[in-house]
Design a protein around this ligand. Structure first.
Ligand SMILES: C[S@@+](CC[C@H](N)C(=O)[O-])C[C@H]1O[C@@H](n2cnc3c(N)ncnc32)[C@H](O)[C@@H]1O
Length: 198
């Protein structure tokens, strides 16, 4: 996770790669089997920031009650923090934040971004089992690890007009609605397709 809420560098700092919105010209288009999708009109070099997944931030329990669950994105569940903080105070803060994070997940107090009613182009990006982008948690305007921004970055060089995708990473067999396990077929078309979205 990128964590720099206390950074005093100016807004023009070149390290602020995802805070100023998308720079790539994106187009929403009708795909064959997966509804609307997104592609870029220009070449995207590997590692570039593409766009944010924007929506309403809901508590997990609220999100479970939404009618339309097509645009939900669970946030703050990653435990792959690799920040190397050697300051003692920062270490204490880190531990507090980590324990509140695991309590939150255990008690269903996590957060979810819901892009059904309001969002941006990110809501139209489809899943692929061999994606060309990945989602990265980013903190820049606050330091609450339970509700990071979700930023999408190119995983490889992406040709113009190639569909943009990321791995939704659903826990197959564990997506439920009203207690019932839900199933959805995956139509990503990859030779490594896992066949189910969830
Ligand atoms: C965030 S929306 C993506 C945009 C969507 N295609 C649309 O038309 O609005 C997620 C939904 O798109 C569909 N979808 C995305 N990727 C898919 C895939 N690989 N296979 C089947 N359906 C997919 C599913 O219905 C999923 O719940």
């Amino acid at each position: 996770m990128s964590v720099a809420p206390a950074c005093r560098c100016p807004p023009t700092c070149h390290n602020r790669v995802s805070q100023h919105g998308p720079k790539v010209p994106l187009e929403i288009f009708k795909t064959g089997k997966t509804g609307w999708g997104v592609r870029s009109l220009s070449f995207i070099p590997s590692g570039s920031f593409v766009c944010e997944y924007v929506g309403e931030v809901l508590q997990e329990t609220e999100a479970e009650r939404t009618e339309n669950d097509e645009y939900l994105f669970d946030i703050g569940r990653d435990d792959d923090d690799d920040d190397d903080d050697d300051d003692d105070d920062d270490d204490d803060e880190e531990k507090d934040s980590q324990s509140s994070k695991s309590e939150m997940t255990a008690e269903g107090l996590g957060y979810t971004i819901d892009a059904a009613k309001c969002g941006n182009v990110g809501r139209f990006i489809n899943h692929s089992c061999t994606p060309n982008m990945h989602a990265q948690d980013v903190l820049w305007d606050h330091d609450d690890k339970r509700m990071p921004h979700v930023m999408l970055f190119a995983e490889k060089n992406i040709r113009p007009l190639q569909e943009l995708t990321y791995d939704y990473n659903y826990n197959i067999g564990n997506v439920r609605k009203n207690g019932k396990v839900k199933e959805k077929k995956c139509f990503c078309g990859s030779s490594k397709c896992r066949l189910r979205l969830y």
